[in-house]
Design a protein around this ligand. Sequence first.
Ligand code: SF4
Length: 53
Amino acid sequence: MSEHQRMEVMCHVRNCQFNEKQYCVAPKLEVNAMHGDNATSSKEALCTTFMPQ
Ligand code: SF4
C-alpha cells in the first residue's frame, strides 16, 4: 500500500489529457501556488500536472 493517501479527483478542465468524464486519471498530481509557496485563495492553487490535448 502506498504511503500517501489516494482519492478521487473531480476536475472540470475538459481539455486536459488526464481528464476522463470529469475525473482526473493522472497517476500523480502536483499542485503549486501561483506565486512562491503560499496561496491566498483557490484561484492561486494551480494544477501543474495539466497537459493540454
Ligand atoms: S491533471 Fe489537473 S487539470 Fe488535468 S485532469 Fe487532472 S486535476 Fe484536472
